[in-house]
Write a protein that binds this ligand. Sequence first.
Ligand SMILES: *[C@@H]1O[C@H](CO)[C@@H](O)[C@H](O)[C@H]1NC(C)=O
Ligand SMILES: *[C@@H]1O[C@H](CO)[C@@H](O)[C@H](O)[C@H]1NC(C)=O
Length: 258
Amino acid sequence: MNMKEIGLLLLLLVTADGARSPSPASGGLPAAVVREVYGNGRLFDITHRVKPDLPKFGSAGGVGQLVTLVQSMKNGSTWNEGEINRMGTHTGTHVDTPGHFYQEYYEAGYTLESLDLDVLNGPALLVDVPRDSNITAEVMKSLQIPKGTRRVLFRTLNTDRRLMYKKEFDSSFVGFMADGAQWLVDNTDIKLVGVDYLSAAAFVNARPTHLAFLKSREIILVEGMKLDDVEAGLYNVHCLPMRLVGAEGSPARCILIK
Ligand SMILES: *[C@@H]1O[C@H](CO)[C@@H](O)[C@H](O)[C@H]1NC(C)=O
Ligand SMILES: *[C@@H]1O[C@H](CO)[C@@H](O)[C@H](O)[C@H]1NC(C)=O
């Protein structure tokens, strides 16, 4: 086999299996494949890729360069090693803890290290929200989410508008209005609320909505989920934020398993 054939073979292997082939240090190695779906269509990555043009709340310029090499083999180092630059705790797909909007909770440690992993992992319903409204009490009621449902991912117009793929922050995103959040708290068993843009609360209603969600210290918000190309329905969700002591939020890796 010549190099070209070997390259082709490796490419086929990678496409067929997604496995990374052990890399001979020669040229012609096919680029690694980045996937959104794994395990024969059973496992979906619902995490947005963290890259410079990911939108940042309230900013036009995106999150910017977040990883820089400090040891570079290209520059003669024995290994490659990066550093995470100044990165907001609410970057990309991320969780909000009760300490995000309540100072007394923040001081008492209702922050990342005390989040309930059982809420962040388990059966979850992915639902489509009517596209013509923010999420009000009326809308919540119309969704008829069965009692006992503890985790719901709300797909909205934000996904259709591909807002998470636009560098410039867009304040016209769809989110919960305060009455929608309060309705959820009062009438459902939902403890994990997943949404598809950077805030669970509509822009005009940010503070009262977060206060309504986070007051009981039982609800975890997962914001900026990537809900494209996944059918509505029942899955198992797994969200694992970092174990950053004292942080009120953290990027998380979230997946859905059918
Ligand atoms: C490599 O070295 C050049 C010249 O000192 C420097 O400009 C560049 O930033 C270095 N790159 C990395 C990845 O360390
Ligand atoms: C949702 O609310 C925002 C303001 O926070 C507004 O700009 C937007 O048009 C509303 N979206 C819909 C679909 O009503």
